[in-house]
Design a protein around this ligand. Structure first.
Ligand code: NAD
Length: 499
């Protein structure tokens, strides 16, 4: 049992071990019932920094009991009082920014500045929760003589979230602010590879005044997820992860009738036309495919180069060569993921595509972790594995096409639909491209078109299963159910068809 306050004191990349990731149930750290543990690795060092407990149905039931007990009085508080907890969380996250960011960097591998950007984006999501106290009225209208209808956003009760390894702090915060401010209590199952960001959030939420049991964590893997999805009384489940698992969890959860939104994987296409600004485009494309070592669902994966865009490709190549693994780009999360990425590059080489920049030999002095340097593969054929499959590493596949229509046809043929972007100086081309993409999040001269609050986040097609989006206002409607109240105070003599 962890008894003292969690603190992570590293303020640089030197290896530091950390606590075992226990479950957070009813405001206390507790080992899972089975006691099974697996290592949590620091990918920069390739060394275990701690371990994580694996939970089963009995742990999920214990979390549910604590959450259900706490939810009753939490939901009775006025929304303004619930939002104050989030307000204090924002302050505490700002106060603990360095610790939160270093912890993230150690468990996930991303550079400190990328980790800090993640925490800051998480804080922005918290701000959305805070603003709900002024935004979340349902509306009302006199619909007939003396008859009024009003809408109330009611909580669902106990709800749950399952999150991936690549944004251990931000993705839980895509869900928590709206769900908690709406009056739900929450059970989170973080990635077993990166459980620490959520643990720190649990402590900060408690410090911010969240009553015990309103937020709970069950750690572990698929057994815990299946128990959450199958639970008859959990009212909603949001999932973020790879497409095969998103599809599976969506099917499992939907059988119980709970609300489900499951965000999946991606293969994002960036289209560059000859009139694109060279400097802006090359900077932006490089940042998009190398940021967080390409382990982002919004990362550029395919560059569709239309016509003569050679000078832009040259710039992209030159800027990519300047990036230093270990400084500008972090490691890959596991040795298995690294091997998988290398397999795609080897496969592309075997197919005869040009490897313009080759990150396969990347090494970083003093850090024996799992490195892949930024890689660019040119003259890739449509339909080949590196053109169609999610690689989830710092790899850009360039496909040369003759026309904008050819580019859009390739983008449209992808089963994914998370993000797509166009680089151009023409409003007409931009509008035509954006309106033709099969993607839920589109960019114009922006390679990571993440909608910022209060706009909601979510892709299309195989990048999302379920209805509605996450974050923003859509997040609030997902975590609530609408109650319609019709009131009649008119005199009986004043009759209408509704009498
Ligand atoms: P993952 O699918 O392996 O794991 C996600 C979560 O599902 C984890 O909590 C994991 O424990 C759990 N899980 C794994 N296998 C399971 C199974 N068989 N049954 C039930 N639960 C299971 O994903 P990951 O490797 O952690 O994250 C990377 C993936 O997430 C990429 O595909 C990326 O594109 C995607 N992602 C998508 C978004 C988005 O917004 N669409 C955002 C971030 C990441």
């Amino acid at each position: 049992m962890i008894t003292s306050k969690l603190e992570f004191s590293a303020r640089d990349y030197q290896f530091q071990s950390y606590v075992d990731a226990q479950n957070w149930i009813g405001g206390e750290w507790t080992p899972s019932a089975s006691g099974t543990q697996k290592a949590v690795y620091n990918p920069r060092h390739g060394e275990a920094m701690g371990s994580v407990f694996f939970s089963d149905e009995s742990d999920v039931n214990a979390a549910y009991q604590a959450a259900a007990r706490a939810q009753i009085s939490w939901a009775q508080l006025p929304i303004r009082e619930r939002a104050q907890v989030l307000f204090r969380l924002k302050f505490l996250m700002e106060q603990n920014l360095a610790e939160l960011s270093w912890l993230l960097s150690h468990e996930n591998g991303k550079t400190f500045s990328q980790a800090k950007a993640e925490v800051l984006k998480g804080i922005e999501c918290v701000e959305m929760g805070v603003s709900l106290q002024n935004m979340a009225d349902g509306g009302q209208l006199d619909v007939s003589r003396g008859v009024n209808c009003r809408l109330i956003h009611e909580p669902l009760g106990v709800v749950a979230g399952v999150t991936p390894f690549n944004f251990p702090t931000m993705v839980p915060l895509w869900m928590l602010p709206q769900a908690l401010v709406a009056g739900n209590s929450f059970i989170l199952k973080p990635s077993e590879r990166t459980p620490y960001g959520a643990m720190k959030l649990a402590e900060l939420l408690k410090e911010a005044g969240l009553p015990d049991g309103v937020f709970n964590i069950v750690n572990g893997g698929k057994e815990a997820v299946q128990a959450l999805a199958a639970h008859q009384k959990i009212g909603a489940l949001a999932f973020v992860g790879s497409t095969p698992v998103a599809r599976l969890v969506y099917k499992q959860g939907s059988k119980t009738g709970k609300k489900m939104v499951c965000l999946g994987g991606a293969k994002n296409h960036l289209v560059v036309v000859p009139d694109a600004d060279r400097e802006l485009t090359s900077d932006n494309v490089v940042a998009s495919f190398t940021g967080c070592a390409g382990q982002r669902c919004m990362a550029a994966a395919v560059l569709l180069a239309v016509g003569d865009t050679q000078s832009i490709i040259d710039d992209i190549t030159a800027k990519t060569r300047e990036l230093v693994p270990g400084v500008d780009i972090g490691p890959i999360v596991t040795p298995e993921s690294r091997e998988r990425i290398l397999g795609f590059i080897d496969g592309a080489e075997a197919l005869g595509f040009d490897i313009l920049v080759d990150g396969r030999g990347a090494k970083v002095e003093g850090y024996p972790g799992w490195w892949v340097g930024p890689t660019i593969i040119d003259r890739v054929e449509p339909g080949s594995p590196c053109a169609t499959e999610e690689i989830f590493g710092p790899v850009l596949s360039i496909l040369r096409v003759d026309t904008l229509e050819d580019a859009i046809a390739i983008e449209n043929a992808s089963p994914f639909g998370n993000a797509a972007a166009i680089y151009t100086s023409s409003g007409d081309i931009a509008e035509r491209a954006v309106r033709s993409f099969e993607a839920g999040m589109c960019g114009v001269n922006i390679g990571v078109p993440v909608p910022r609050e209060p706009f909601a986040f979510g892709g299309w097609n195989h990048s999302k299963f379920g209805h509605g989006d996450m974050t923003g206002w859509d997040g609030f409607t997902f975590w609530t159910r609408p109650r319609k109240v019709t009131t009649k105070w008119a005199l009986q003599s004043d009759q209408t068809w509704m009498s």
